[in-house]
Each structure stands twice: as structure tokens, then as C-alpha cells.
Design a protein around this ligand. Structure first.
Ligand code: ZN
Length: 574
């Protein structure tokens, strides 16, 4: 948005004029502008009010005639201003063009023109805000002088600015990294290594609940759970082809007793060995296995984002071995599994993609045009028969085969792949997998890779982004908080807590010395679904009053019945 660029000039001019600043750089950000400057005046956020007034005067005060000119200036030699500002001189000498376009305001303060137009038209700016000021090294190097950077944003109306600020506030509230910290769900520690999340008790409680739910769904849909090693030999990944097609995403290998081992980036190769354990009959197919596995994938450190992009992750991975005549029925079956799971977590699918290979990309894809043609045709035909609406995406397939990708739209509007069903004719051949058909002949199975909710880490970040940390009762880290009115009631609370724990409820007793009101507020901040206060009256009457998070009214129930009510609600996913 050019308005932000114009705003940057306005801020730069005022800093130059009123604070004797040497402007080092100006530019646009995703949602605003920045001005890097060198000044003896150290600007702090406390100075923003004054600075904003100075800028307002400059932009809006008609008595100050603002004249902005764009001028062609010969590189360095022609401009006397260079000697006064070494940063400007740096920019000019690092330009490719022989002439540099400069902007002058009121015939002073020259700076490189970063605008298309000659007209600065400051009066287009109707509303702006300075957001932050921080230290910033010149050219991003700690060896250089530390400058100051002011950031902010500008809009052509007050309403637009207000809408933008409301959106920023919403984003802040949905930031899973902040929620993770506030609700003590997970943490990172350099001692544990970059991109390696540490799940704290609250976060682990949610993670295990998600895991249990997916596990229940898989078990009732004919999957069997296996457990295979975190490390695999280089030969395993050479056999699967990952060594050749996925190497840049794998951790460096380690050598143990002359055997080269790698931390696995996925479970498929190990699962091929599960199938290969003994000869298989056609009667055993579909052969469905699943595993919650810890995986390691290399991500550049700059690309790591909270739980969204990590180096160590947990994935409930599934593989199904089928006969050629079972492609359609298994894809339909898996589709139902995906839908059942997403419904359990209240996730809606935004779009379905049929991800195809790019025949021109020889490096990424296994080279077997016949295999690709067959797999892609069959998958599309099944989707057509299922009446699925989908978009074809060339170049999005896995290296071994085409896939159906279920895309969701996150609360912040990003499109991400939630679930995937992948058809693979390649791995069964590479691992020489077989089954004996009903005529006693040896045949090769087809492999279906299935991912339902992605990694637990990413899934958690998506949940937090959408629920702002307010988990439904069945997923909440702490489901019930018991609050004793005074210390004499603590023992009773502990006993009642134990009774709820016996029901499998996650419960906590507030043993702090805070006042009652503070205890209730603390539970509210932590978004605990049920709060129950225990005092003389409750203990004497045997009736408790509970308050549900986000609701005003208080409900009274006999103490003896509360456990059953709660267990029922948890089971019903309320
Ligand atoms: Zn797989």
C-alpha cells in the first residue's frame, strides 16, 4: 500500500526536521511502514504522543506548505547531501542505475524515491499510528551502529484504521504461541534444541486427549496400532527412495557400530516391514495399520514458528495395503474416517485438491510415466464416482504417487492441508511386497498412505488459533476447578477432587492464599470449563453450585450426582 510509504516520508521528514535525525532507510512492511534513523534523540514509546502531534501538524496543518518534489539526481557527485548522510550515500552508490530518483520535501531532506508517483499527496493520509520503536543495526549486522526503527501504519480513513486495529487485536488473541505460554500448554528451550517443543502438563493433557480420540476412531474403523523405531538405517531409506527424494528434509545421519542410522521423517518404510513380516493372503487385505510416531524433519531455523513449524513432531500415521480391486472401496472407507474425525473436532473442509505430479520435474518425482498415468487416472475416477468436487493441482503430489488433499481455512484465513489420502504403487514394488491371490498366485499390493489431522503440534496450533484457548470440556487441560472458600475447606475439596479423578476427570484444587474473588478470576483467565466454590454451606447441604466458563448463571446439583453429570458431558463431547 503506497499510503504507508508516503507515511514513512512524513515520519522521516519530521524526525529529520525536529530531531536532527539522519534517515538510514524507509520502507513498507506487510501492514505498515518503517523508518530507520540515526539520531542523538533517543525516541521511546512515551514520546509517541508528541511525535504524532508533530507529524499531524506536518501532514494536516495547512499553514505549513508542504512541497514535495521528485528530482533526477546524478549518482553521488551531483548531490551535496551525500556528505551529510552516509546512509543515503550508501544507498545511492549501491543502486544499479546511473541516475537516482530522489524526493525532496520543502526543498530539503533528500531521500531516495521509493514511490512510483511524483505526487506525495500527504493529505491522503487521514489516520495513522506509530506502533513501536526499537533498536535496529544498520544493514542488519551487529558489527554496525545500532540505529532506531520506528514502525507504524496509515489509513485513508479513521474507520479503516479502526478495522485494522481490531483485526490486529484479534490476531494477537489467536496467536497460538502467546496462548501456549499464557495457558502453560507448551514451551521451547534452547537447551532442548530449536524446533523441539516441550509439552507442559496442560498441553500434554490436550494432546493425549486428541490422540485418544483419533485412536478410538481408527480402532473402530479396522486399524491396528503398531510401534516401530524412531531410527532407521540408511538402507531402509534407500530402499524406500526417501534417501534420494527427501534427503534435504532429513536430519544428518549418525553412525552406530558402522551402521548408518537416521532419525525418521515418516513411518512408511517401517510399516512396509510390518507387512513383510510374513507371507500375506488376499483375505488379509485391506491391511490397515496406524502408529503415533515421533518424527524429525529438518526445517531451516528461520522457518520455525511455534508449534506450527517444528523439527520434532508427533504424527498419527496410517497405512493400508490393498488389492487393485479395493482402491475405490478403501478410498471411500478412508474418506469416512477423515470425515468422522474432523466432525469430532468440529473442523470444516474448505476445498478438496487432487494433487498430481509434474512430469517436467524429474528431480522431485519418481520416473515412471506409466505408473503415474495409471495412479492419477484411477484416483480421479474414484473421486468422480464419489461425486467429490475438487481442484487439480499439478506439482503437488508426493514423490511416490498422487493424493487427495483436504484443505481447511484457518481462523486467520490461511489455507492448509488438514487430511490427505495418497495412492502409492511405488513403495510396495521397492519393498517387494506380495500377497497370494485366491488362485494361489503371487500379486503385488497397492499402498494407501493416510493422514487425518496432520501432526499433533500443528493441529494444536490450529485449534488454539480457532478457539483462542477456550477448549470444549472434553479437551480442556483442566476440566474442573474446585475453590475452597477458606483453608478449612481444602481437605474436603481434596477428597471431592479424588472422587472426580476416579471418574477420569481432570480436576484441580486451588490451594493458593488468594481471596475468593481472585481465585475465581484466575480460573476464568485460564478458561477452565467448570468452577465450583466449596464453603460451609455447600458442605453442610451436600449441594454444589457450579459455573460454566462463558456463562453467567450458576447451576445447583447434589454433590453425589455431579460426577455422573460431568462424565456424561465429557463422553458426549459437550
Ligand atoms: Zn506414508
Amino acid at each position: 500500500m503506497k499510503l504507508n510509504m508516503k507515511m514513512a516520508y512524513a515520519v522521516a521528514y519530521v524526525l529529520y526536521k525536529k530531531h536532527k535525525a539522519k534517515i538510514a532507510d524507509i520502507g513498507e512492511l506487510e501492514n505498515g511502514f518503517y523508518v530507520d534513523f540515526d539520531s542523538k534523540d533517543v525516541i521511546s514509546i512515551a514520546d509517541f504522543k508528541k511525535l504524532e502531534n508533530e507529524i499531524t501538524e506536518f501532514i494536516f496543518n495547512r499553514s505549513t506548505k508542504v512541497e514535495a518534489k521528485r528530482k533526477q539526481v546524478e549518482v553521488v557527485r551531483d548531490c551535496p547531501c551525500m556528505s551529510k548522510n552516509k546512509y543515503l550515500s550508501y544507498h545511492v552508490t549501491h543502486q544499479d542505475n546511473k541516475t537516482v530518483k530522489m524526493i525532496k520535501i520543502n526543498d530539503e531532506f533528500p531521500f531516495i524515491n521509493k514511490l512510483e508517483s511524483t505526487n506525495l499527496a500527504f493529505n491522503e493520509i487521514k489516520s495513522f499510528k506509530l506502533e513501536n520503536v526499537a533498536g535496529n543495526y544498520w544493514l542488519g549486522s551487529a558489527k554496525n551502529k545500532q540505529l532506531q526503527r520506528i514502525t507504524g501504519y496509515a489509513y485513508s480513513s479513521k474507520e479503516e484504521l479502526k478495522a485494522f486495529e481490531a483485526e490486529m487485536q484479534d490476531r494477537k488473541e489467536r496467536d497460538h504461541r502467546k496462548l501456549g505460554q499464557d495457558l502453560e500448554l507448551f514451551t521451547f528451550n534452547d537447551l532442548a534444541g530449536q524446533g523441539a517443543p516441550i509439552w507442559l502438563p496442560n498441553g500434554a493433557a490436550v494432546m493425549y486427549e486428541i490422540d485418544a480420540e483419533v485412536r478410538r476412531i481408527l480402532l473402530r474403523n479396522g486399524f491396528h496400532f503398531v510401534s516401530t523405531p524412531i531410527l532407521g538405517s540408511d538402507e531402509l531409506y534407500k530402499t524406500s527412495g526417501h534417501w534420494f527424494h527427501y534427503r534435504e528434509n532429513m536430519f544428518n545421519p549418525l553412525t552406530i557400530d558402522e551402521q548408518v542410522m537416521v532419525l525418521r521423517p515418516m513411518t512408511c518404510p517401517h510399516h512396509m516391514l510390518v507387512y513383510k513380516n510374513r507371507p500375506r493372503s488376499y483375505r488379509e487385505l485391506p491391511f490397515r495399520i496406524a502408529e503415533k510416531a515421533i518424527l524429525h524433519r529438518y526445517e531451516a531455523s528461520g522457518g520455525l514458528i511455534g508449534l506450527e513449524r517444528v523439527r520434532q513432531m508427533q504424527l498419527i500415521d496410517t497405512h493400508v495395503m490393498i488389492r487393485p480391486d479395493q482402491i475405490e472401496s478403501e478410498i471411500r472407507h478412508y474418506y469416512d474416517v477423515v470425515m468422522e474425525t474432523l466432525k469430532a473436532f468440529d473442523i470444516k473442509i474448505h476445498r478438496v485438491d487432487l494433487s498430481l505430479h509434474d512430469p517436467k520435474d524429474k528431480a522431485k518425482y519418481f520416473n515412471n510415466p506409466k505408473m503415474w498415468a495409471k495412479a492419477e487416472k484411477e484416483l480421479a475416477a474414484v473421486m468422480d464416482r464419489m461425486g467429490m468436487k475438487y481442484e487439480k493441482k499439478v506439482g503437488e503430489a508426493a514423490f511416490y504417487g498422487p493424493k487427495i488433499d483436504f484443505q481447511m481455512k484457518t481462523a486467520l484465513g490461511h489455507i492448509i492441508t488438514m487430511s490427505t489420502i495418497q495412492l502409492d504403487f511405488l513403495l510396495p514394488a521397492r519393498f517387494d511386497l506380495e500377497y497370494i491371490d485366491k488362485d494361489g498366485k503371487v500379486q503385488r499390493p497397492i499402498l494407501v498412505h493416510g493422514g487425518i489431522i496432520g501432526t499433533l503440534e500443528r493441529f494444536m496450533s490450529i485449534l488454539l488459533e480457532s478457539n483462542k484457548g477456550v477448549f470444549p470440556l472434553w479437551l480442556a487441560p483442566v476440566q474442573v476447578q474446585l475453590i475452597p472458600v477458606a483453608s478449612v475447606h481444602e481437605k474436603f475439596c481434596d477428597e471431592f477432587a479424588q472422587r472426580l479423578m476416579n471418574h477420569g476427570v481432570r480436576v484441580e484444587v486451588d490451594h493458593t492464599d488468594e481471596r475468593l474473588g481472585k481465585k475465581i478470576r484466575n480460573g476464568q483467565i485460564r478458561k477452565i470449563p467448570y468452577q465450583i466454590v466449596f464453603g460451609d454451606e455447600e458442605i453442610k447441604s451436600g449441594t454444589i453450585s457450579y459455573r460454566e466458563y462463558g456463562k453467567k448463571d450458576v447451576t445447583n446439583v447434589p454433590m453425589a450426582k455431579f460426577g455422573d453429570i460431568l462424565v456424561k458431558r465429557i463422553a458426549e463431547h459437550k
